[in-house]
Design a protein around this ligand. Structure first.
Ligand SMILES: [Zn+2]
Length: 83
């Protein structure tokens, strides 16, 4: 049985493979043990700056679906503030 991600990779570079869809890239990012990725920053800014929950950094956050979710971040419009 062939894993779906392993179809049609003939001649593909690893870069092409991991960037062929946002989901694939998000899976890779999510599989790395990143303590403080850019998605955490943008998540906090987008949701938790105004969050009502006590202890919002932990399990009380109302936005668990977007928290620690590289895919959510990949779909956000890029902001110019890299440096
Ligand atoms: Zn929150």
């Amino acid at each position: 049985m062939v894993h779906p991600d392993e179809r049609n990779t003939d001649g593909m570079t690893n870069f092409e493979k991991i960037t062929r869809s946002p989901e694939t890239l998000a899976e890779l990012l999510g599989s790395m043990e990143v303590l403080d990725g850019p998605w955490d920053h943008d998540f906090a800014r987008a949701f938790c700056d105004n969050c009502e929950a006590d202890n919002c950094d932990a399990e009380n956050c109302e936005h668990m679906a977007e928290q620690d979710n590289p895919l959510w971040w990949l779909m956000q419009e890029a902001k110019e503030e890299q440096a």
